[in-house]
Ligand binder design. Structure first.
Ligand SMILES: [Zn+2]
Length: 429
């Protein structure tokens, strides 16, 4: 059974999307990737390893292809994840306790966030030495907790459910002083700055209990943020296995997928199309339409492992199980992307490398989860397929997956990045 050091470290880094993205970029830098900023004629060489960042939580990294025309083989995944976030202007004395209120970000299964000693982590903007400065923060000792209400205090289960979606009071201390001043002093002390210097905070409440493997040989994995830090880790591991790919092997990490991808650093923004336009000549293409036409894109996000508890709607062979291989995600037109060409390539590569594959498709009439794939596909004009590993309890604070699926996913994605490029794909599919 694989050791999975990198996956475990990546999951452990996911205190906030800022911390997670920093960790991914650091791992790539250790693997020889250098940060670039692209001008009109970027000097990119075959085999060169590059990172281009767009803000703190979005970036692309790639190994420049060695083929005369080197289209992009792209993997993408999101850096944000469901969580609670500090609501501005919400500090309060609540039942004799220092508290603030939280907003729900990205559809967390709210109840699973209750009764946990949540870690406060994220970004602090301060004004120091005449300029705005940004720092990551994650004070070890600053914890906040949303207490659930005992069932004896509700008249009905419905009432309890409504309470879970309503105002979330996050308690962080006894009320012995002004709660906001107290909170700011704890953050400022961690950063070694004056509390008055803090002008903005983007703080997340997430779970820092280490991922846990269990079952024989540690086959199962329980963790916070498998959606989608496991896919981020998978992409980075696959890219690090590219020495001299013929195609341009690329990964993209994008912010704000859980809230719709439409933001300056999201998949719907112009970052990737603009960046591809700038590197097209270095990849041997004068014609941008041919460049994107020959390129291929797999969007990686976790899939639902479907069990008996999920009912008879999943009656065919499109209901993935844990540890039975990575998943081709199909259906729900407009929310997932389908490319027969890429599915064909994946099935061919899976056969070659002895990797089992599963499929996921929503029952007829369901129109549920989406991914960042449609945004990147429409923005770039690159044919795109959704893909991922199956997990239980998606959007819970503690999701569950299988180690084997992750390891097979890395193998298959590395094979995809290293696959020989095909040209003149314009008229196929
Ligand atoms: Zn996701």
């Amino acid at each position: 059974m694989p050791e999975l050091d990198f996956l475990t470290k990546t999951l452990g880094s996911a205190l906030s999307p800022y911390h997670l993205t920093d960790h991914l970029v650091e791992a790539l830098a250790e693997g020889g990737f250098e940060q670039v900023s692209l001008g009109a004629n970027p000097k990119l060489v075959a085999g060169g390893r590059y990172i281009l960042r767009k803000g703190a939580k979005t970036f692309c990294a790639w190994v420049q292809g060695s083929s005369k025309t080197a289209p992009v083989h792209l993997l993408s995944a999101h850096s944000d994840f469901p969580a609670l976030r500090l609501r501005p202007n919400s500090f309060e004395i609540y039942n004799g306790l220092c508290a603030f209120q939280a907003e729900l970000y990205g559809g967390p299964l709210t109840g699973t966030w209750f009764d946990r000693d949540l870690r406060v982590a994220g970004l602090v903007v301060s004004f120091q030495d005449g300029r705005l400065q940004q720092q990551r923060v994650a004070p070890e000792k600053l914890r906040a907790r949303v207490s659930s209400t005992a069932p004896h205090l509700f008249k009905t289960a419905d009432e309890a459910h409504r309470a879970a979606e309503g105002v979330l009071h996050c308690v962080f201390d006894l009320a012995r002083q002004d709660p906001e001043a107290h909170f700011l002093s704890l953050i400022a002390a961690e950063l070694d700055i004056a509390p008055e210097a803090i002008v903005e905070m983007d703080l997340w409440l997430s779970h820092d209990q280490a991922p846990q493997r269990f079952g024989q040989d540690g086959a199962l994995l329980s963790s916070h943020a498998l959606d989608n830090a496991s896919s981020d880790a998978m992409m980075v591991e696959a890219l690090l296995r590219c020495e001299a790919p013929a195609a341009t092997a690329m990964i993209g990490v994008f912010d704000v997928e859980e809230v719709g991808s439409s933001a300056w650093s999201g998949a719907a923004a112009n970052f990737l199309p603009e960046m591809l336009r700038q590197i097209a000549p270095s990849c041997g293409y004068k014609d941008f339409t041919r460049f994107t036409g020959d390129s291929l894109h797999i969007s990686i996000d976790v899939a639902h492992a479907v069990g008996k508890q999920d009912g008879p709607a999943f009656a065919d062979g499109n209901a993935p199980k844990l540890a039975q291989g990575p998943v081709i995600k199909l259906g729900a037109p407009g929310r997932y992307c389908y490319s027969p060409h890429i599915v064909g390539l994946l099935k061919h590569l899976a056969r070659e490398h002895d990797i089992p594959l599963q499929h996921f498709m929503y029952p007829n009439g369901w129109r549920r989860g989406g991914s960042l794939a449609p945004y990147l596909a429409t923005g770039t004009g690159i044919r795109t397929q959704d893909f991922g590993i199956a997990i239980h309890a998606m959007h819970s604070i503690r999701e569950m997956g299988a180690v084997r699926d992750y390891a097979l996913g890395v193998d298959l994605m590395a094979a995809f990045l290293n696959a020989a490029p095909q040209s003149d794909l314009g008229a196929v599919e």
